[in-house]
Design a protein around this ligand. Structure first.
Ligand code: HEC
Length: 501
């Protein structure tokens, strides 16, 4: 009887220990290092940015529909501290980036940026919130710039001298990114009160660097290098090392300078190449520099959360922290889209899923999405664990893989698309018209050219970089597999249409 009582006490106490932090997975980083994954928050609605605050041992985070919240890491409780009154949420628009003043104990400020709409005009606002005892007691609009129906960026980050950087999107404009006098498609630099610093590279201007499309991640390395992640169009997602007065190429140049046209442009006017580019695209988002001994294999790495690729990528930097020399992929398709990452003072990593956003992928959202998950090192070897992916280099993709890679993120694996955002391929008349279909794939499509009566805010990108046989493969796949057609084409037909255009 006495023995039994003892056992039951042990069981109850171990249950309690596991209750608030039940381990949902293990990750093998190396033979020496294993991590546990625990859920610290669930049922969130697109946590967009999150930043760890050492002085409060909490995480401040935004959710796209307008809530700013604080996650207390001692209790795992969440408190909403502010709701942006005039946020305009649509697809990728809403409450986005967040930064914490580097000297929060003395200057208890949070900085947020979000989309607003007045009559028919869209804007992006940057606002500073002042906190006292965990409550917002005042707020100040620091800067308001033009917004758009997509590509509003944006991330915020502070450097060591308390200058605030705002990575803004090109708002789908053909001219902003290359125009150093406007504030879109830029890295903007300002004082912590929103003023223009005297030492900015262009006197009297916020503009620090330009030539950007839509940056979705930004971080400083230990030695002060500013790095961003950026979404390419249909190709060439990028990581850039940001330097003052540099032009990063968009809209004339995508990714590395590797086509004759791009090389010609770069030879005439100075353009800066990314330090990393990905084709097929992965939709890189959260970017966080990691410098801790807890996970030694990730020390001096960038932690990159991806949306389309649904993975956590670990990018090894050189000693100067301005080149990427190795890449590892973890959690591929495991928790869905990863949009936000932060690290606490002990080196525990927190990732936030974004499966309730405008582009949920197959099998998501899960019932408890969106979630914040904590990755911490454990001192034992678990029996089952997740491992890193093997990176397949230059392998030839079959038709299904091509469709998955280049089309499914918008039109979905089954071709049904997303109402209002991406048309269903099953209903498109182009599916029966080979010429039209090839033309669309090679050139992309802008609203009103499609036969759909629906008007789409965003254009379809061009896929002219695909080889003729790849285009033929995709066209045949969507016809035979999505609409049971027997009509097929060959690569020559694609070549002929390409040459005629
Ligand atoms: C980034 C999102 C995106 C990707 C990736 C994409 N599309 Fe599209 N697609 C669109 C949008 C948006 C439209 C509607 C454009 C419009 O009409 O303004 C569209 C339209 C189309 C249409 C015409 C539908 C109609 O209205 O009749 C076809 C066909 C099509 N896409 C095929 C493809 C194929 C094949 C691929 C892969 C090679 C692909 N798309 C990749 C976004 C995308």
């Amino acid at each position: 009887m006495r023995v039994l009582t003892l056992i039951s006490v042990v069981v109850i106490s171990s249950c309690r220990n596991h209750k608030d932090k039940e381990i949902i997975d293990f990750i093998k980083v190396s033979d020496q290092t294993y991590l546990s994954v625990t859920e610290v928050a669930s049922n969130l609605d697109v946590p967009w940015d999150m930043q760890y605050s050492p002085s409060t041992n909490s995480i401040f985070f935004t959710q796209i529909k307008g809530k700013v919240a604080e996650l207390n890491l001692e209790t795992n409780s969440i408190k909403v501290i502010y709701e942006v009154p005039n946020v305009y949420h649509q697809r990728t628009l809403g409450l986005l980036g967040l930064a914490i003043h580097p000297n929060f104990a003395i200057n208890p400020y949070l900085y947020i940026c979000y989309t607003t709409k007045e009559q028919d005009s869209v804007f992006s606002e940057l606002r500073r919130l002042e906190l006292k005892n965990g409550q917002v007691i005042a707020s100040k609009l620091l800067l308001k710039i033009d917004g758009g129906t997509g590509h509003n960026g944006s991330r915020l980050a502070f450097d060591n001298s308390h200058k605030l950087y705002w990575a803004t999107g090109d708002i789908h404009s053909l001219t902003h990114a290359q125009d150093s006098t406007t504030l879109n498609g830029k890295i903007l630099r300002m004082n912590d009160d929103g003023g223009i610093p005297h030492d900015n590279p262009i006197r009297g201007s916020y503009v620090y660097a330009w030539g950007f499309r839509n940056m979705q991640g930004m971080t400083f390395t230990a030695n002060g290098n500013l790095l961003t992640s950026e979404h390419g169009d249909a190709i060439e997602d990028e990581i850039n090392w940001i330097r003052p007065l540099s032009n990063y190429g968009w809209i004339d140049i995508e990714g590395y300078h590797d086509t004759p046209k791009e090389l010609a442009i770069a030879s005439k006017s100075l353009r800066t190449e990314p330090i990393k580019a990905w084709t097929p695209v992965i939709a890189p988002a959260a970017l966080k520099y990691y410098s801790f001994t807890q996970i030694p294999e990730w020390n001096n790495r960038l932690l990159l959360g991806t949306l389309k690729d649904q993975s956590l990528r670990i990018l090894k930097l050189n000693v100067n922290q301005n080149q990427i020399i190795e890449e590892d992929i973890f959690l591929k398709d495991k928790y869905g889209r990863i949009r936000a990452i932060t690290v606490d003072k002990k080196g525990n990593v927190y990732i936030a899923t974004s499966n309730r956003d405008w582009k949920p992928q197959t099998d998501f959202p899960l019932k408890t999405d969106d979630r914040i998950l904590k990755l911490s090192r454990i001192e034992y070897t678990p029996r089952n664990f997740l491992s890193k992916e093997k990176i397949s280099n230059g392998q030839k993709m079959d038709a299904k893989a091509l469709y998955q890679s280049y089309c499914a993120s918008c039109h979905k694996a089954d071709g049904n698309g997303t109402p209002g955002s991406f048309p269903s391929l099953l209903k498109s008349s182009a599916m029966k018209d080979s010429k039209k279909l090839i033309h669309i794939v090679l050139n992309g499509l802008k609203t009103t050219e499609g036969d759909d009566t629906q008007v789409y805010d965003l254009p379809m990108p061009s896929f002219s970089f695909l080889k003729d046989e790849e285009v033929a493969s995709i066209v045949n796949y969507i016809r035979t597999r999505l609409i049971n057609s027997t009509q097929t084409i060959d690569a020559n037909m694609v070549g002929d249409i390409r040459n005629q255009e």
